[in-house]
Design a protein around this ligand. Structure first.
Ligand SMILES: [Zn+2]
Length: 357
């Protein structure tokens, strides 16, 4: 008997030590099998009961049962403790420091040229104009010929043109050329949209044509690609007064209600008479400053009454209808609005620059 009691005690002590060192559920399970499994140590003791004198059996049986109960309780405790430890570790690992500064997301915004264009379209929509579109790769016929600029016209020299090679036959009515290279080009202005629109519909016409145009040119106020918007209004009974009124309404809506406009006589090939349009300089209040070169005025666009030759060239009767037109550089408008002095800054797309606008 004392032997058996000693044996039980040492088994329990060994089990306690093992469970105390257990690092996880596999260790606990191994200990359970070792001591309580079918061929485990305590189970063997119970099987060995037959060798014990009958008088001692109840006492021994109770000792073994108690030992099993103790061991089961110990296993349960160990499992609970291990579970809590694992939970604690998870919580530590996933702990959030709510005092850390958040990650800010960089916000983008519309390019100043896009914003200027959106404003222009909106202003003209209110004045009853709609947006017309045309190709950037254009035939000489629409870019020059139909606008009163035949091949020998000196005003063609005012525009340095990018020509493209083509094997396509030019449209009927195209001017004769020295070589195939001089029929297809990158449009030098948005005016071909005027020609295309008028050729495609009877008057009245009331359009604006915004888009990219190309010229062989690059310095602080010129880039090889720039944005232009062309305005054309053709109808019965239009005069310079309508041109003036439309320009004035546009300038006030775009730059501010205090803005004044003035017209200066000028020359453009497809308008007659033609006028250069200035707006009063908002930044200096028209008093004169460095940006406006002391004049108080900024030159913004070219305008005029559509040349009768252009009207008859698209099949309209210049005796019956008249029209006015003007073209303006969108980039230039954006520059004036933001006080930028180098046009190229708008196209280098340096975010550090664009973010200031
Ligand atoms: Zn000024």
């Amino acid at each position: 008997m004392p032997d058996v009691i000693e044996q039980i005690d040492s088994l329990l002590a060994a089990a306690r030590a093992e469970l105390a060192a257990a690092a996880g559920e596999p260790h606990v399970e191994a200990a359970r099998v070792k001591y309580l499994g079918k061929s485990g140590s305590l189970s063997s003791l119970r099987k060995g009961m037959g060798a014990v004198p009958p008088a001692d059996r109840p006492k021994l049986g109770k000792l073994v049962t108690d030992a099993i109960a103790q061991l089961e309780a110990l296993l349960e405790q160990t499992r609970t403790a291990l579970g809590q430890r694992a939970l604690q570790q998870d919580l530590e690992r996933e702990k959030l420091d709510v005092t850390l500064p958040g990650r800010t997301r960089r916000r983008g915004h519309r390019h100043p040229v896009s914003r200027a264009l959106d404003d222009i379209i909106e202003i003209f929509a209110r004045l009853g104009f709609h947006v017309a579109d045309g190709p950037e790769i254009e035939w000489d016929l629409y870019n020059f010929e139909k606008l009163g600029l035949p091949r020998d016209h000196p005003a063609r020299d005012m525009q340095d043109t990018f020509y493209l090679e083509t094997r396509l036959p030019p449209p009927p009515g195209s001017p004769p050329t020295r070589g195939a290279q001089e029929q297809l080009l990158l449009r030098t202005h948005t005016s071909p949209v005027q020609a295309r629109t008028m050729l495609g519909q009877p008057p009245p016409v009331r359009i604006i044509a915004p888009g990219k145009v190309y010229r062989v040119d690059s310095d602080v106020t010129h880039t090889p690609m720039f944005h232009q918007v062309e305005c054309l209004h053709v109808e019965k009974g239009l005069s310079m007064a309508h041109l003036r009124g439309t320009l004035d309404a546009f300038a006030k809506a775009f730059f501010g209600p205090e803005i004044k406009t003035r017209l200066r006589p000028s020359y453009f090939p497809f308008t007659e008479p033609s006028a250069e349009v200035d707006v009063s300089h908002a930044l200096c209040g028209g008093k004169g400053c460095k940006i406006c070169k002391g004049t108080g005025w900024l030159e913004v666009l070219g305008s005029g009454m559509v040349n009768p030759d252009v009207l008859s060239g698209v099949g309209y009767d210049p005796e019956q209808i008249t029209g006015y037109a003007f073209g303006v550089g969108i980039d230039r408008l954006a520059m004036l609005r933001h006080g930028i002095d180098d046009l190229r800054l708008l196209f280098e797309n340096d975010v550090r620059f664009l973010e200031q606008l």
